[in-house]
Design a protein around this ligand. Structure first.
Ligand code: DON
Length: 280
């Protein structure tokens, strides 16, 4: 009922009048769309997960309303239950994969910001990125991540913009040992660095290595950016040494694998709700 009401909310049904053809037309159009969803999604919630939030959201009603023809009935055969896409992270993603033979893939990919440049390629259904921001537009002018640059990274035909993406495979005795990488814009390099250091220099297991609080400095702005969770004593000492310590949002999301003595362990970064480590 809420779904139908949400759809009808977009029309001045009072003006159209009680049981007028116009009102009934719109009511019927809203009803058949809601019932199509009912056929697929509704059932005992002790058994099935009903996407109630989505079905009753105003946004979804707006989408449904968009393909209602104000004059003509849409045949039921042209209406199917809504397809709800699973949650998708809105920016850069990293995954690490290794197989039983020790082969490994470290992959970071990006459209830069949420929805890239906001342009969908007609007929193809994918978004164009906005990687142009990774060029330096003008000497000394920071990009969205606060990175500055000059000549070397200026915009030129056929040139690739600078990227911080650092998909990494560390080898030990010629064999893949650590597979890692991260999203996070300018923080990618320092995030990945700390995963490496946490494992190699500090002996942390892979999950602790990706979860441990991180720090970041990118020259400009001159601040030592930190995550929550560092000891107050450490921060006091750093401030005494002249560091401008700034606690900001969590950085990166490093999905990593450690391969040691033939055993693989995965570290899923708790900073992203969709992080996942699995052996298949
Ligand atoms: O290639 C780069 O350095 C950027 N386009 C990465 C952007 C990024 O990681 C955004 N997400 N978290």
């Amino acid at each position: 009922m809420i779904q139908i009401l949400n759809i009808l909310e977009g029309y001045p049904v009072t003006v159209y009048g009680h049981n007028s053809a116009k009102s009934i037309h719109l009511m019927a159009e809203a009803m058949k769309r809601a019932y199509a969803d009912r056929s697929l999604y509704l059932g005992d919630e002790d058994f099935v997960k009903v996407p109630l939030k989505k079905l009753t959201s105003k946004e979804y009603a707006t989408v449904l309303r968009q393909n209602i023809d104000n004059e003509k009935a849409t045949p039921s055969s042209a209406i199917s239950p809504g397809k709800f896409l699973p949650y998708e992270s809105n920016e850069t993603t990293h995954f690490s994969i290794a197989d039983k033979f020790g082969n490994a893939v470290s992959n970071t990919y990006t459209i830069n910001f949420s929805y890239g440049s906001g342009i969908v390629v007609e007929g193809a259904g994918f978004l164009l990125n906005n990687e142009m921001d990774d060029f330096s537009a003008k000497p000394g002018v920071p990009n969205a991540y606060g990175l500055t640059g000059g000549e070397a990274n200026k915009i030129e035909p056929n040139k690739r913009m600078l990227s911080s993406m650092s998909p990494t495979i560390v080898k030990r005795n010629g064999k893949n040992f650590l597979v890692t990488g991260s999203p996070g814009g300018s923080r990618i390099i320092t995030t990945t660095l700390q995963v490496l250091m946490n494992v190699i220099d500090h002996g942390l297991n892979i999950q602790s290595a990706v979860a441990a609080p991180r720090i970041h400095h990118q020259w400009l702005p001159d601040e030592l950016r930190i995550e929550e969770g560092l000891s107050p004593d450490t921060l006091r000492v750093l401030r005494e040494r002249g560091h401008k310590v700034q606690q900001k949002a969590a950085m990166g999301a490093s999905q990593s694998i450690l391969i040691k003595n033939g055993i693989m362990t995965g570290g899923a970064d708790p900073r992203r709700s969709t992080a996942f480590a699995a052996g298949l």
